[in-house]
Design a protein around this ligand. Sequence first.
Ligand code: NAI
Length: 318
Amino acid sequence: MSDLRYDGKVAVVTGAGAGLGRAYAEFLAARGASVVVNDLGGSTSGQGSSTKAADVVVENIVAAGGKAVASYESVENGNRIIDKAIEAFGRIDILINNAGILRDITFRKMTDRDWDAVYSVHLRGTYKTTRAAWSHFRKQKYGRVIMTSSATGLYGNFGQSNYSAAKAGMIGFGETLAKEGAKYNILTNVIAPMAASRLSGGVIPPDLAAQLSPAWVVPVVAMLVHSANTFENGSIFEVGATHVCKLRWERSTGALLKPDETMTPGAVLAKWQAVNDFSKPDHSGANPDMEYLQSLAVKIDRNPIGENVRFDGRVAVV
Ligand code: NAI
């Protein structure tokens, strides 16, 4: 079987001047895609800018016989990146939202600027770029989108509250676009990559970094953005060190209480074990069936009489 190619397709890769983005851009171009290499060329914390990062990658691609143009815009002006694709190549088929910065600092010391900078690049930048591409995808009834989340977005990480909030946002964003895009053949998937790069330099231990080439993330993303992918939409993958796996939600059995005045905090506390009972998990990935639950709840005889939970001396802001 011949391997997948991208002839005739136009791809936009944000943050393609380095690391993972560069690897995606060079790979797709080597396999026939026309690529917009977007990179602002700033520091890892998002300061400054330079045209060099994107230019070097475009030069490499062109020297190897591929088709690429540079875009030096910040993803915060994502519409201009998409305009570049239309101007240069007349269409857009693939959008890999990849640009990223870090402003690591404990939450106690977090400033509005640290919070806003990370939010603006990751979540708002992804919104701006994807929003501009969406109209084209809808019209042509074709699009493949990647959202780049992170293990930090999934599990949290010390000193990265701004980044984890933005990266978790990418998951909900991608899940919703998967639902809205499905009937127009616009498929959106989310990855949490792991790769040695400038950005992860300080986070990944040096001995592990050697095994974590961006090259091991590329084939997974390349498969997901190919037209042969007709089956993955709204999925979340962890990718790195040649390993790829899928994540899904797991719902516990849960506690169900009778809907009357005896449903007190103490009664909930008395049922807490059931809330943590994963012995019969539900993996539907959809809202609970409220009507069914209600029909069961009204049949419950009585709620447990728990301890009298009180809040004397505490101050609450609601
Ligand atoms: P990198 O620092 O090597 O590359 C990111 C690129 O994005 C840089 O070239 C930078 O100039 C560009 N960029 C930053 N802000 C931009 C903006 N406003 N507009 C356009 N370009 C901008 O980082 P790496 O590791 O390749 O990261 C790629 C993506 O993967 C990021 O979104 C990152 O958060 C994510 N990620 C990476 C992990 C890893 O292990 N390397 C782990 C989890 C997530």
